[in-house]
Design a protein around this ligand. Structure first.
Ligand SMILES: [Zn+2]
Length: 307
């Protein structure tokens, strides 16, 4: 039997009150609280004229909308709808994924297949990609790093054997199985991470446009890609030309700190496929942006966000 993984003894998990596995009933209750915190609304027409209409399954409530006459339940339209695994297993897997546990280990703990846990991870990262939209402002550092990520786990006949031996020289590229990751890091704030299939100035400008408020201060090194960031107060570090690592407030140390955390997070996964790397980045991004919460509140925040 696996022991409780919650390291923080004084804290209580909303779902399981500190036990290894929450009950199905409690999970349904918490999801209901999180989803309908402003009252039950019809997912189709957003009407509040909704009446309870029996049960859905053992623990979920079913409703009828008086306006559009449709029927729905607590899980309709959420990522939990139609899940093959129990709610409690889903929540448990989400919790373990946030604790950086590997999917292999989680599948062993739950006695479920690796594919079932992969599905949970995919649903979570898909939902986060849609709903975890960060807009950074103030002082924002921009930097890139290169991670080794090939085609691990891909089953195809044409797959070339992985090259070992001498390390790749120079900057990595997506095609050479060393995809660049760009980080936008707000000092004392959130982070946005993106895999760049093609690292270019256009890519950076698009990313900034989407995620950084105009008028913010941008700190970068002197890699030509970062030249002329219009709309931002841009400070450049002469890293390549003069080996300058900090000049007063001008540095990208926060971004480097994020990369080092990210790399230790990915190490736990024992290798990632490059086309799925963004999924792990999304989970990392969530965990980092909600780092001030204790693990249990973080789990509730995750659940509330993806509902
Ligand atoms: Zn309706």
């Amino acid at each position: 039997m696996v022991q409780s993984t919650s390291g923080d003894k004084g804290l209580k998990c909303k779902f399981c009150a500190g036990d290894f596995m929450p009950t199905e009933e409690r999970c349904a209750e918490v999801l209901r609280e999180l989803r309908w915190k402003d009252g039950v609304r019809c997912p189709r027409c957003h009407s509040k004229k909704v009446v309870k209409y029996g049960k859905w399954g053992q623990y979920c409530q079913r409703y009828r909308c008086d306006d559009c006459r449709c029927y729905f339940n607590d899980l309709t339209g959420t990522i939990f709808e139609g899940s093959k695994i129990d709610l409690r297993e889903f929540i448990y897997a989400a919790k373990r994924l946030l604790e950086k546990e590997s999917m292999n280990q989680i599948s062993k703990e739950l006695g479920r297949t690796y594919e079932a846990i992969t599905r949970v991870r995919n649903l979570l990262s898909d939902a986060l990609a849609k709903k975890l939209v960060s807009k950074l402002r103030g002082e924002v550092e921009i930097d890139e790093t290169y991670l080794s990520a090939g085609q691990k786990g891909t089953k195809c006949a044409e797959r070339a054997p992985r090259k070992r031996g001498l390390k790749l020289r120079g900057r990595g590229t997506y095609d050479k199985d060393k995809p660049p990751i760009v980080a936008l890091v707000e000092r004392d704030g959130g982070v946005v991470l993106k895999v760049a299939e093609e690292l270019s100035r256009e890519f950076i400008l698009e990313l900034l446009d989407e995620h950084v408020a105009k008028g913010s201060t941008a700190y970068t090194d002197d890699f030509p890609m970062y030249n002329e960031l219009k709309g931002y107060e841009h400070h450049k570090l002469n890293r390549y030309s003069k080996k300058e690592y900090a000049r007063g407030n001008v540095h990208i140390n926060t971004a480097e700190g994020v990369f080092s955390l990210l790399k230790s997070w990915l190490r736990m996964l024992r290798g990632v496929r490059k086309d799925r790397l963004w999924r792990s980045l999304k989970l990392f991004e969530f965990r980092f942006n909600f780092r001030s919460l204790d693990p249990f509140d973080r789990l509730s925040a995750l659940t509330g966000l993806i509902l």
